[in-house]
Write a protein that binds this ligand. Structure first.
Ligand code: HPA
Ligand code: MG
Length: 218
């Protein structure tokens, strides 16, 4: 995929009023705007699925990064299957799920995977597609990739629905990107703020009220 082909979501032109979409009542006062409506997400995911099938060289182990990646993963896998049933290129998939915990400090960081060493050894010789919701600083993904490469997979590619345009980025760019978004905290479509807002279909910008209401209690 040519990375320049992702959709660049600009703050000025892409903020929709909440009034124009169906928002759950329980979140109405907690959001600034709709950044990417659900229908647009779905259309973009379908296109990413098509690109992934076109560029795949063999069976894929599609690896969902929980929890935020689950909705993108589910829709992406569905579109890949649909592509096949519509007479597209056949692409066998196996599905894997990982939870990644990152420990960051100033100079180095480490990630801890929920998979055991034995389970990770299954990646050896496989073509892996990691499915993530968002690349923010890029730290977690760079460490995750380094960790997975220790198990000698045949190839590792990354699909991220979003990449944030933040000055804190380490420059990491995934193989497949849905949208490049402004440097704002977004929620919805399984992206959360302290576990809230995963049950919102559109990708929205949280407001100060929402940040305060659902602030971490720890
Ligand atoms: N929203 C939700 N989760 C995140 C974000 C975000 O903007 N950035 C990193 N993780
Ligand atoms: Mg994530």
């Amino acid at each position: 995929m040519d990375p320049k082909k992702w959709i660049d979501v600009k703050t000025e032109s892409f903020q929709y009023s909440l009034d124009h979409f169906v928002i759950p009542d329980h979140y109405e006062s907690d959001l600034e705007s709709v950044l990417i409506p659900h229908g647009v997400i779905m259309d973009r995911v379908e296109k990413l699925a098509k690109l992934i099938v076109q560029e795949a060289t063999g069976p894929l182990v599609v690896c969902c990064v929980l929890k935020g990646g689950h909705q993108f993963f589910a829709d992406l896998v569905n579109y890949i299957k649909k592509n096949v049933t519509r007479g597209g290129k056949t692409l066998p998939l196996s599905l894997e799920f990982i939870k990644v915990k990152s420990y960051h400090n100033e100079t180095s960081g480490d990630v801890k995977l929920s998979l055991t060493d034995e389970e990770c050894k299954e990646f050896s010789g496989k073509n892996i597609l990691i499915v993530e919701d968002i690349i923010d600083t890029g730290k977690t993904m760079v460490q995750l990739l380094a960790k997975l490469k220790q198990y000698s997979p045949e190839s590792v590619k990354v699909a991220s629905l979003l990449i944030k345009k933040t000055p804190l980025s380490n420059g990491y760019i995934p193989d497949y990107v849905g949208f490049a978004i402004p440097n704002a905290f977004v929620v919805g479509y399984a992206l959360d703020y302290n576990e809230y807002f995963r049950d919102l279909d559109h990708i929205c910008v949280i407001n100060e009220n929402g940040k305060h209401k659902y602030a971490s209690k720890n």
